[in-house]
Design a protein around this ligand. Sequence first.
Ligand code: NAP
Length: 259
Amino acid sequence: MFTPLAGKTVIVTGASKGIGRGIALRFGQAGLNVLVVSRSLAEAEKVAAEIGPNASGFAADVTRVGDCDAMAATAVARYGSIDVLCANAGIFPAAKLGEMTEADFDHVIGTNLKGTFLSVSAVLPQMKAQKQGRIVLTSSITGPITGFPGWSHYGASKAGQLGFMRTAAIELAPWNITVNAVMPGNIHTEGMDGMGEAYIASTAACVPMKKLGSVFDIANAALFFASEEAGYITGQGLSIDGGQILPESPMALDEMGTA
Ligand code: NAP
């Protein structure tokens, strides 16, 4: 039995849809106060309304230091603490090398990696004053473990988050602040629906569990990292991918028996 987190406060960035929305809903269900953050206030407020009175929306662009600082200040003003930060906002436009521009590269690194740094930096004064905090980054299997054509900048940003995490975990340990990362495989988000059933089926075929993950598979892992009981875990990345990174070759999947 895990210690209830009801009454604590979480900030979730990139929470208007996809994995961030799943994290916000799951933490809301666990009774935390949830600051739902995206660049669109209207979209953030929609998710907050789904959660209920313990949630509210806030508009912030994680590439902007002023927005991140305002986000942290708002969480403290509305709820009195920041116990958990889920730094989840991220983008994944594709561009192959040779076509990728400097602006493309900067945009992805600026959002995914610098956005992580700015979001974490913004909550630190409050977490340090509390002498307690949980930071959960949304990285990926892409970059830290695997690659995919068109995503060299994305993979670098997601691997960079883990490099950032390891040193942040050491620096913040004296304040009882842990820093960990969830590393999703292929997760069924609203965006995935638009790509069609054939795409979803072919992606699922590469996964030993033969299905895509749900946003709640990621949210549950984030909730574990946020728990009292995970207090001695820091600087760790957890792949949540139905075993996707495990097969040595397509034959490993062909050789699978059926249950
Ligand atoms: P998504 O459905 O496209 O949602 C992205 C969220 O981030 C939205 O809420 C978006 O809201 C917000 N966002 C984008 N840029 C932002 C910015 N500059 N400042 C603040 N918010 C911003 O994406 P997702 O698939 O859920 O991915 C979420 C995270 O999971 C990302 O870090 C991604 O790398 C990671 N991930 C996803 C998968 C997957 O299979 N889906 C796999 C591995 C890792 P606004 O547009 O309103 O700002």
